[in-house]
Ligand binder design. Sequence first.
Ligand code: WT7
Length: 647
Amino acid sequence: MSAKVYPMSDAVKAHARLNPESYQEKYQASIADPEAFWREEGKRISWFSPYSKVKQTSFAPGNIDIQWYSDGTLNACYNCVDRHLPERADKTAIIWEGDEVDVQKHISFRELHESVARFANGLKKLGVKKGDRVAIYMPMVPEAAYAMLACARLGAVHSVIFAGFSPNAIADRVNDCGAKVVITANEGRRGGKVVPLKPNVDKALSNNACESIEHVVVLKHTDTDYPLEANRDIWWHDLIGDCDSDCPPEVMAAEDPLFILYTSGSTGKPKGVVHTTGGYMVYASMTHEYSFDLQENDVYWCAADVGWITGHSYIVYGPLANGTTTLMFEGVPTYPDVSRIGKVVDKHQVTILYTAPTAVRALMAKGNAAAKGSARDSLRLLGSVGEPINPEAWEWYYETIGNSACPVIDTWWQTETGGILIAPFPGATDMKPGSAMLPFFGIKPKLVDNDGKVLEGATDGNLIIEDSWPSQARTLWGDHERFEQTYFSTYKNVYFTGDGARRDEDGHFWITGRVDDVLNVSGHRLGTAEIESALVAHKAVAEAAVVGYPHDLKGQGIYVYVTVVDGVDASDDLLTELVKWVRSELSPIATPDFIQWAPGLPKTRSGKIMRRILRKIACNEHSQLGDTSTLADPSVVDSLIENRLNR
Ligand code: WT7
């Protein structure tokens, strides 16, 4: 199959840091001598005391140990804020675009410094100190970034919880890391609706469900008043009322944790991915610069949420470490209508736009309406992240949003990788719609078969990474064994991504999607087991199995099979109730698209649900069911096929 090739634009080529030859040269150097390569690149970050050690990493079974720059000291907040004050104090650090059309704010690096340091002093008053965990459950407002940076300044480990998560999900995450403080807002705004954040936190903490929490800080973002609990809750503005803006950044070791971010895996319990300070900052800053061919005067807009890794690395830490003007958007691309993104680009003269395929497809579904009312001629580069981008969406994004003038940088990476691992870095390659193209410096991707044999040449396979890179996750919070089990046990001595990929004749990578029990719904990562455990928590549900199927807008949709408890009526009312239940137990992002009543589920004789079969039925591929001879009762399959939804 030969794909259409799009050249990088001349405008980008004219000043790109890389060309195909220099990319190859630098890539080879990074692989031949990682120690020397990263010793040099580590200097892009300001260190309080320099490192002498660079790479000390082991993927050996029983000894997964990843350390970078381990004897250097630094502070992530200092790198994002203080170090820009001499040169960039008056430069805009954050442009905030509110949910409503005419609401915006510009925050200079000087103002950012003042707000972050004051809030850090506020947290100090609450007893927050180095090593403590702080949960952040905030809307997309500048204060979310202040909160993250203030934690980093004090050496407290933040754990941002996406504001779309429900009280149960908050409680699970708070309890897993033993957070001492939750920072939230009374309400968030999204697409013209308000989100009751403080009430969700109250529910999460009710009945003493989160014993580690001592305080809740509440930003007054809307006018609604919610009662504060005495001795526990405090308004953000009251907390900082008497705080000054002198707050020296804590001296942190490179391997001190910077943050925990929970993500979904193939079991029900979310994984607390731990990122540390030094290597993460080096890699986030470097990839941000190279992926987007960053220029000093860029206005850079990553339309993700700080609740996800994209928001951490490419709204907050990477861009701010680079002294970039970063735009934070509170709303959604379709509110008030699909012309919003283009209009925000024009209003703030955005030069780089980085968003997810699911957003592109939502706009594309409305024809050319997304391009109405805006010129978008300030744009120079487009980025894509979070899921495979189908060629149609790629081309529409390129032509309609980018006026056929801006390269689309399709960046493949994961919560666990901390930063971009595979992408068509500007100048380094041309582009093929749907391909993430080539590895970043120091990254050794390989394809293996199910037995772990390395496959060469043009082929499909399971994607592994052979060696460590600086922003690799170090562990799962409190569970190093699960860390090894999840990423280093399927194949020995390498990192397993959980993704499948194809390498074409030119050596370019095409990510084909997850090969484990993880779904990618509108760019959101969800474990099937997580949704199943929410469902079986309902008294009417005896058993549930969740699989993904291709969905035009969302990438993947959620297909659920439910067996009800004996004597319960599998009614339409129950169906509606179960949908509501999942939304409130877990999150609206986990809303099932289809729930099929299943009198029985296909199981092996040892009782294991055969998801492969359920997946085929949901995808309408039941002519290719494969071997069903190991089923305890093969007849359940026929009945499931007969009653299949989604025709
Ligand atoms: C999974 C990671 C990367 C930050 C946001 C998501 C999928 C991500 C791409 C891409 C194809 C992609 C993978 C990966 N994915 N980017 N450009 N092309 N697939 O982070 O929630 O940790 O999810 O998202 O399947 O494993 P995440």
